[in-house]
Design a protein around this ligand. Structure first.
Ligand SMILES: [Fe+2]
Length: 202
């Protein structure tokens, strides 16, 4: 499939080479790409993620917490390839805990990733294999290198949607179980209107 994008012209492509380009809106992180993949996560799918289960039960399970879009210029699992995508996390809280992504570590654990914030305010929560947790503040322009072997999740601490772009190896895969089983070792909660990073026992 060739997607016509108005920013460029294809020149000199051999006939057996598929054009592999897309268009990013660098202000919003929106992406125009061939065969764009999308997914969304609703509150009902994030039962174990938030610590205040009572508040979670009172909320509409159809509430969209975040959505993801990404481009796979090579098939998933290709060694040496890269994927590009973006995420939008809605503002909101479950109890005192901000809306966030489920979080994962890469299935091939040594695979790293870049996150770059385009819109909003947030925190990137990270946990290494020894259990140490820390967070990096996200704001428009912030660029975050997530090393291999480090589990990661993003929290929207602002009152508008948080958007970031990402680039990761096409064979990285996702291990969600490790976050379900061990958590991230920290939570970001609203205290007196401020986002506070708190270590936990989970
Ligand atoms: Fe990742």
């Amino acid at each position: 499939m060739v997607l016509l994008i108005d920013f460029g012209t294809i020149v000199g492509y051999p006939t057996d080479v598929h054009p592999n380009f897309a268009a990013v809106d660098w202000v919003t992180g929106s992406l125009q790409a061939p065969n764009l993949h999308t997914s969304e996560k609703k509150l009902g799918q994030l039962r174990t993620v938030f610590h205040d289960q009572r508040s979670w039960e009172t909320m509409d399970p159809e509430t969209v917490v975040y959505r993801v879009w990404w481009w796979e210029p090579v098939p998933a699992g290709t060694e040496g390839g890269l994927f590009w995508g973006g995420t939008e996390i809605q503002p909101g809280c479950v109890g005192d805990e901000y809306f966030m992504t489920h979080g994962h570590r890469h299935a091939i654990v040594n695979r790293a990733e870049f996150y770059g914030t385009t819109v909003g305010q947030g925190m990137l929560v990270l946990r290494d294999e020894s259990g140490r947790a820390w967070a990096e503040k996200m704001k428009p322009g912030s660029l975050h290198y997530i090393p291999g072997r480090v589990a990661h999740r993003v929290v929207n601490t602002g009152n508008i949607p948080l958007r970031f772009v990402a680039c990761w190896p096409s064979d990285a895969g996702h291990d969600y179980e490790i976050v379900r089983e061990r958590g991230l070792g920290a939570r970001v909660c609203q205290r007196d209107g401020q986002a506070v990073f708190e270590m936990t026992q989970d």
